[in-house]
Every structure is written in C-alpha cells, then in structure tokens.
Design a protein around this ligand. Structure first.
Ligand SMILES: [Zn+2]
Ligand SMILES: [Zn+2]
Ligand SMILES: [Zn+2]
Length: 442
C-alpha cells in the first residue's frame, strides 16, 4: 500500500448528507468502504484552500455573486443570495475557492471524465493529509506511543469506535470498517504494520464474526502485513477456503478464497513469492471436487438477516417491502455460495491472465469440469474473453475440442453456448469454424 496520504481520485466533493472531513489527517481511501469529502482541496488557479459549506445550502442562480466576498463571509446561511434549494434525494453542499464555485448534489470525485452534468469541473485537487501525531485522542480511546497493535485490535473488535463514520445502512458497531479506517488513518506511523499483524493473528478466533472481520480487512488490504498467515492457512487446508463468514459490515459472506482473489487481482506486474504461492494454490483448488469444498456460512446470523436489519434503518420501508427485498437478496447470496471458484473463472480474468495459466486451464478443462460439473462454461468464458487475443485464440480450439471429444456436453448445448457468447466474448470464425466442424462429425 502506498503511504501517500492523498485522497483517492483527487478527493470527493460530497453532498450535504455525507461527511465533509474536518480533521486534516483524515482522507478518503477506497479500502474504507464509506465516502467522505476531502477537507484539504486546493485550487490550482487561485491557490486558495477550497471552502465547503454546511449541508443544505445552495446559491441562487439568478444573482451575480462576488466569489471573493462569498469566500470571506463567515456565515453563509445569512447571505442574501444563498438559498435552501430543493434536491430530490440528498441535501446539497456548496463549495467555493477565490475563483470558482461548485454545488454538489451527489458525491463525485474531482478526477472524472466530465461526461455527466454532475461530474465536477473544477481546478481543485487534494493537497495531501499529514500523518497524525501521538498521542491521538480518538472517539472511544487514545493511541499513545505505548499502545501495542494487539491491544488496539482487541479494543476495536470489542466495539470501541475510533471515529463516527456515518456509514449509510449501518445498524450497529462495525469493527471491520473501523479497523480498515485505522489502517488508512495511521499510515506512516509504526503501529500500522503491528495493527495488520495483530488482525491476522485473530484468524483462528473462536468467534466467527472476528474471523469474518479478519477476512474483510485483508480483502480490503491484500498487501498488508500479516496476509502471509492467511495464505498459509489456505495452503494448510485448501478444502475450507470457500467457507463463508457473514458480518454486518459486508453484504456477502467473507471467505479466504475471496482474500486470495483480491490479492492477485491487484497484484503488481512484478509478482512476489507470496503471489506465486497463491497462484499455485489456485491451480490446485481448480481440481478439488465441489463435494469436498464446503460453501456453508458459519455464525449465528445469515447474510439475509443482516440485510433485513440494514433495510430497517431506511425510512419509508414497511415490513412487507423489507421481506420481499430480503428474499431477492437471499437468492443473490445463495448463487454466490455454489461454486465460488468457478465464478471467479468467468468473472476475474485478472487472476487468470498469465498465459501459462490459461494454457493449463485449456489443457485440463475436462478435469476442471469433473471437480464441479458445469464449470466448463466458466472456463470457456475465460478463454474466449478479449485478453491476449488473437495470440491466445488457439486455446479456445484446444479446450473446445477436448470438450467435444470427451462428449462432455451435448452438441446442441455447446452450439447454444457459442451463440450466446457472441454478445460479449472474442468470437471469431478462426475458432468457431473448427469447433463447429468437430461438432458435426461427433
Ligand atoms: Zn484529500
Ligand atoms: Zn480558485
Ligand atoms: Zn481439508
């Protein structure tokens, strides 16, 4: 993880219902699953610090505004050209520097392609955020130089909150998100690595919620210190990588498999020894029969029950509305818990983009399907994506001809798959014609 303490996407401009950061050390990072507005935006034109207003104020478009006077005015709510405009869903938030203004009706990054009217068009950027100084008084506790990572992690897992994050849909303590927030907030201090290592040490905790939070943390930060403990656990018992741990902080159940996937998905070009170990473990996992790869969820509360509580925090939802929403939600979660490994074949070309890996999958497609009948589809979806084409187009013919020769799939079903694949995949006569010829002869 980089130690640049700069907001992702040059910072967010946020509406009036989202936190505008006032602590100069706090910044927005995608690993913390809650949006927050940068409080240290600076204008490249006039060099002024950008000022963000209180929730719910906008500016009357009919009036000519002196931006310099506006910027200097201590209380915007009393200015004659300020109004409380009606916004459909959220309250808006008004921003100004000495040369330009912006009305945020939703949360949008400063870095954007300026395609939509809601995309900010401002010469502003996050100027970076200083490392916080010890001792650090947070909401429920203080971090001083004597504080150990183990103690800090234990406090948070027991429900001590470092900062109120105003996360939408939250209905109780969210230690998983709080630990992620601490990791980002404390970057640059020695305790950060201790924090991660202490979290990894809780992987075998008897409380399934703690295990879920460990998995959540390393899914967010798959390069943090201590991740090697999770990889070692997966290597020691690969059969258990798809077991799920529901927590209130996340919609889907967390798995060790998910952590491995996140790590490889965001791997740098130069992969390290740990990445190589994960790669070889994934190769092994492709052959473990689904029957000995349990996908059950562990813990007292299901993902659907958590979703019901989340929905209940919203205004305007009655019991019947929530129940029907939760039913759809449960159906979607159930689909994730059938073949997590096959799903990644079709969904995450990034973790299977190594040419040797792809050759290997093409060569072993029959055995991969034997482990989880029907997985040939996901493997073929992978091989017919747009990555490394046309150089690796021949792998489609290699894998497809194995499927046909082994009579793994009825010819009509295979033809239908080819037809459906035309909409999204790399579908060319170079591979369709040879396979169709083989299908005719089979
Ligand atoms: Zn920032
Ligand atoms: Zn300016
Ligand atoms: Zn086992």
């Amino acid at each position: 993880m980089n130690v640049d303490r700069v907001c992702a996407k040059s910072g967010l401009l946020v509406d009036g219902d989202t936190r505008l950061l006032t602590d100069p050390s706090e910044y927005f990072h995608c690993g913390v699953d809650v949006q927050a507005g940068c409080g240290r935006l600076r204008c490249a034109n006039c060099k002024a610090w950008v000022r963000g207003g209180p929730p719910g104020l906008g500016i009357n478009d009919e009036v000519q505004v002196d931006v310099r006077k506006l910027y200097a005015a201590p209380d915007w709510s009393v200015l004659p050209y300020i109004e409380k405009p009606f916004v459909l869903h959220n309250r808006m938030r008004f921003y100004t520097c000495l040369c330009t203004t912006w009305e945020a009706e939703s949360n949008e990054p400063v870095d954007n392609d300026r395609e939509f009217e809601s995309d900010p068009r401002v010469p502003w950027a996050c100027a970076g955020h200083p490392v916080p100084k010890l001792p650090l008084a947070l909401k429920d506790f203080t971090i001083d130089a004597k504080m150990r990572g183990v103690e800090l992690v234990d406090k948070v897992l027991r429900g001590a909150c470092p900062r109120e994050l105003d996360r939408p849909f939250s209905f109780g303590p969210e230690p998983g998100v709080w630990l992620a927030w601490l990791y980002v907030y404390l970057q640059g201090l020695a305790i950060t690595d201790q924090l991660s290592a202490a979290i990894a040490d809780r992987l075998t905790d008897p409380d399934p919620h703690v295990v879920g939070r460990v998995l959540y943390y390393f899914s967010q930060f798959p390069r943090a210190a201590g991740i090697e403990k999770l990889v070692a656990k997966a290597e020691a018992d690969p059969h258990r990588v798809a077991v799920g741990y529901p927590i209130p902080e996340h919609r889907s159940a967390l798995t060790l498999w998910g952590v491995l996937v996140e790590r490889l998905k965001h791997a740098p070009k130069q992969r390290d020894e740990l990445d190589a170990r994960i790669q070889s473990l994934i190769t092994k996992l492709l052959f473990i029969p689904l029957s000995s790869l349990p996908h059950d969820d562990v813990g007292p509360t299901t993902t659907a029950e958590f979703e019901g509580k989340r929905r209940a925090t919203l205004r305007g939802w009655d019991a019947a509305g929530i129940a029907s929403w939760v039913e759809d939600f449960a159906r979607a979660r159930k689909l994730e818990r059938i073949d997590a490994i096959g799903d990644e074949l079709a969904r995450s070309p990034g973790i299977f983009d190594d040419p040797e890996m792809r050759q290997y999958i093409a060569d072993h497609i029959i055995e991969i399907d034997a482990a989880a009948p029907g997985r040939w589809r996901q493997a073929m979806t992978l091989l017919t994506d747009w990555i490394h084409k046309p150089e690796e187009g021949h792998l489609i013919v290699i894998a497809g001809s194995r499927i046909i020769q082994a009579r793994l799939v009825p010819p009509a079903e295979f033809r239908t798959w080819i037809k459906n694949r035309r909409d999204y995949g790399w579908v060319r006569d170079e591979w369709v014609l040879p396979l169709e010829t083989m299908l005719k002869q089979s």
